[in-house]
Write a protein that binds this ligand. Sequence first.
Ligand SMILES: Cc1cc2nc3c(=O)[nH]c(=O)nc-3n(C[C@H](O)[C@H](O)[C@H](O)COP(=O)(O)OP(=O)(O)OC[C@H]3O[C@@H](n4cnc5c(N)ncnc54)[C@H](O)[C@@H]3O)c2cc1C
Ligand code: SF4
Length: 448
Amino acid sequence: MPDIRPNRLSREEIARNFSDLHPPLSHSEALIEADRCYFCFDAPCTTACPTDIDIPLFIQKIRSGNVRGSAHTILAENIMGGMCARVCPTEVLCEEACVRNTHEEKPVEIGLLQRFATDPILDDGAQLFSRAETSGHRVAVVGGGPAGLACAHRLAMLGHDVALFDREEKLGGLNEYGIAAYKTVGDFAQREINYILSIGGIQVNAGVTLGQDITITRLRDEYDAVFLGVGLSSVNWLGVEGENLPGVENAVEYIAELRQARDKGELPVGRRVVVIGGGMTAVDVAVQSKRLGAEQVDIVYRRGIDQMGASDYEKNLAKTNGVTIHPCARPLKILGPGHASAVLFERTAPDDSGSIADTGETFKLEADVVFKAIGQQLRDGVLDDGSIKMKSGKVVVDENQSTSLAGVWAGGDCVLGGDDLTVTAVQHGKVAGIAIDRYLRTRENRNG
Ligand SMILES: Cc1cc2nc3c(=O)[nH]c(=O)nc-3n(C[C@H](O)[C@H](O)[C@H](O)COP(=O)(O)OP(=O)(O)OC[C@H]3O[C@@H](n4cnc5c(N)ncnc54)[C@H](O)[C@@H]3O)c2cc1C
Ligand code: SF4
């Protein structure tokens, strides 16, 4: 019998395990940290920020006691600066580029300072932005994740009326259903969304699915422009025998259940958990299973440890939480009978070209639950009318997030060439919002 059950840990242990991974800085800690910044002229941290936040400027404002001004500097470029302060892999973005690394091997804690500046604004809901005079243009935004929300906010700021559609009742996309619970505790995702919507001019249509209730053709007919930020909501298949056995689960769905659970301890968790994949999702489901009380958690990845999608920080987080990582192995078969009981793997030999060769050497890991975390794809039927150019299952866009179909823009995980991060999705939404505004104004001028 598989050993899968809830309440493996006490309430207190669960509360501790799912509390803030990086607790916020106190006022004095923030001032000390802000003092460490050199306010570099050619700030490499800003160059490394996908949303181009003027990092030395916001840190300078914290230093001079202008926390509201600091939040304005951040949110003007990245309206989800609060969420990004919690979830950005800063260790491979702004903080990796910080010159303090060279001098002290410790960057300025940019992420925590960003949180220090933005939390008070989201706590009291103070509106820092206002809408431009109404343009009379109507734009449809499909998807209420980071890409769609950032696009909707920018368009609303520029004076356009936005109709936002999402198939879920709750907005937020993976901010609400995907990000690890200890990175964004409590109801932060919804508070941030409320703040974004409070600018006005964004009409939310929840529970409406593109490809089912609405089509791109209809949206193009009814609106002046369309933005698609539908993410990737279907999980990739392993393609091995036993994949359909009970006990083989989609990591993203389990994480969503965990994020929505009122009492996390009530969520059943396996005693032995095997995770197949090497990215952020794999690490998140592994660490969260461990923090729910799983005894043995193994991540198995087909290439070398350096080729894993998860950053060094995340790999370390997995290890310090007692997760074992097995690089260079691929699943051959999930064993039953009747329910997943083990996974048979074959060791691989990755070569320099990036391909992997089989070695013939096999090993087996016992499992009560097997999580698939090998990436997601666009759900069938969403954009299947062939009118938009796609490549490798994703939407092709130009530098303005414009698709091959006139009047349609796209951004976030569903487009080709992104790096599947919240901050990148926000940037895509912002860039598209600015491009759509330019398109609408140009058309207006042309038509007199
Ligand atoms: C488990 C997990 C953990 C992650 N952790 C991190 C992290 O720590 N840090 C980080 O930076 N990134 C992380 N990411 C990546 C990050 O969450 C995504 O890159 C980001 O959410 C992409 O934003 P998006 O708006 O493109 O898509 P999504 O967030 O997926 O939002 C898409 C929205 O579109 C809606 N939608 C989908 N299809 C339709 C349809 N047909 N009709 C209408 N609406 C539709 C969905 O309901 C959803 O609201 C993680 C991802 C996963 C899966
Ligand atoms: S690189 Fe570091 S020290 Fe320089 S401005 Fe950015 S945060 Fe400050």
